[in-house]
Design a protein around this ligand. Structure first.
Ligand code: ZN
Length: 444
């Protein structure tokens, strides 16, 4: 027993050096104590979202750092193409759920670690599930998933009657992202610092596609093209050379094969032009970028969970295309942020007799502020709930499709009308308030 304790003490000596002594970067209010290490080892719960390139790194980093009550959530299974960087997986694991294999590997390897895997989409877990964590760290490759978890942590915030934030309801979110040789890491303290939605304009339309998606569950014409490019071309090797994005013969071959694959998955829209765009625009996943960003994120989790050190404020970008470059700045909160501001979102309507419901849906999808996927709109007209449009449920889509071509006036909507807008990018509906420009003239 004594021997074990001795071993344990040596094992965490480096953490003790940081947690049991003050230092120049300590938080001013931090009181060094052995209890903090005790807390990290025995009760601190951290959720890792994503078990891919970043997720494997994060899980390894946090487990080695002393965190034991780790949960990891991911809806994907392991693909051959993951193995070069998702190092917790082996060839024999192909086809198995990433979260489960990663958890099993780390539990077997790191003494005392108890990783709990969740093989499902993040949307399948409730508020109660997310509430149990001290910190949540994301290694995601999808913007909608980031927006969803951001909406979730913001929705967990509690305010008292005077509007003062209850600090115990705050679950900090550490978010990492990589694209080729570029990456970023950020710390989000919901209700306090800028959230994902505050800085939504930072995310350009996605041009790269996760390999697991294109191999197993293609949904877009781009996924089919990408599959032919990275899997079928090397296998069939039709011209005996590497694929050249400027060679018309090559592109024609990719086009034909991509159309075949698209037909197989009932996907429309594979054109020669799109093939050109996708073939020339691939950004591969780079293992070293993932390692750097995950290490930064894990360090931030440690700073936040231990309360010992001042966390990143609040956005770091990393780039090692031409040498190594890092830059930190403070992303600012948006006063009227759709998620964290508690202010209904005003939509100005020039002429409600001309603006059709489909124009409003289009605006919710296209405007940089909303960037929704398939918004569903409901409201209250004369005291009764009315579904204006919903595309996600077939039967309701059919029933409400006719509304799309009606003007806002024809639908009985008034100036100041509040619409509840649901979308896959948010766990809770957003309130959109209509502001008619016409209303001045009507009143005269
Ligand atoms: Zn915000």
């Amino acid at each position: 027993m004594e021997e074990f304790q001795e071993g344990t003490q040596k094992r965490w000596i480096h953490l003790r050096n940081i947690l049991e002594r003050p230092g120049p970067f300590s938080r001013p209010e931090y009181v060094p104590s052995p209890e903090i290490l005790e807390f990290l080892l025995t009760s601190c719960k951290v959720l890792i979202i994503g078990a891919g390139g970043l997720g494997c790194e994060l899980l390894k980093d946090l487990a080695m750092m002393g965190f034991r009550h780790l949960h990891i959530i991911d809806m994907d299974v392991i693909d051959l193409s993951n193995l070069n960087r998702q190092f917790l997986f082996r060839h024999k694991d192909i086809g198995l759920p990433k979260a489960e294999v990663a958890a099993k590997y780390v539990n077997a390897r790191v003494q005392g670690c108890q990783v709990v895997p969740h093989y499902c989409p993040i949307q399948d877990r409730s508020e109660g599930f997310y509430q149990q964590f001290h910190v949540i760290v994301c290694g995601l490759d999808s913007v909608p998933a980031r927006r969803w978890i951001n909406g979730m942590v913001v929705s967990l915030l509690c305010y008292d009657e005077d509007g003062v934030l209850d600090q115990s309801s705050v679950i900090p979110l550490v978010d990492g992202g990589t694209e080729g040789f570029k990456g970023n890491a950020r710390v989000i303290v919901p209700g306090v610092t800028a959230c994902i939605e505050c800085t939504l304009d930072l995310y350009p339309p996605q041009v790269t596609y996760p390999l697991c998606t294109i191999a197993n569950t293609p949904r877009l014409p781009e996924h089919c093209i990408e599959y032919v490019k990275v899997a079928q071309w090397p296998k069939d090797n039709p011209f005996g050379v590497d694929l050249d994005g400027d060679d018309a013969q090559h592109l024609t071959w990719v086009h034909e094969k991509a159309v075949e694959r698209a037909t197989q998955f009932n996907i429309k829209g594979v054109t020669y032009r799109l093939v050109q765009g996708v073939v020339k625009n691939i950004i591969p996943a780079v293992a070293s970028t993932n390692a750097v960003i995950a290490a930064v994120c894990a360090t931030e989790v440690f700073k936040i969970a231990s309360t010992s050190l001042v966390p990143l404020n609040n956005f770091m970008i990393f780039n090692d295309i031409d040498g190594i470059y890092t830059y930190i700045y403070e992303a600012e909160r948006k006063v009227d942020c759709t998620v964290c501001s508690n202010i209904p979102q005003l939509v100005t309507v020039e002429d409600p007799s001309k603006m059709k419901l489909k124009d409003l849906v289009e605006l919710l999808r296209e405007s940089p502020k909303f960037q929704m996927k398939s918004p569903g709109l409901t409201t209250t007209v004369n005291g009764t709930n009315k579904t204006l449009y919903m595309s996600t449920i077939g039967a309701i889509e059919k029933m409400t499709k006719g509304n799309l071509t009606k003007s806002l006036l024809e639908l009985g909507l008034k100036d100041g009308q509040e619409l509840m807008v649901a979308d896959t990018t948010t766990p809770n509906a957003i309130i959109v308030k209509l502001a008619f420009k016409q209303s001045d003239t009507e009143m005269k």
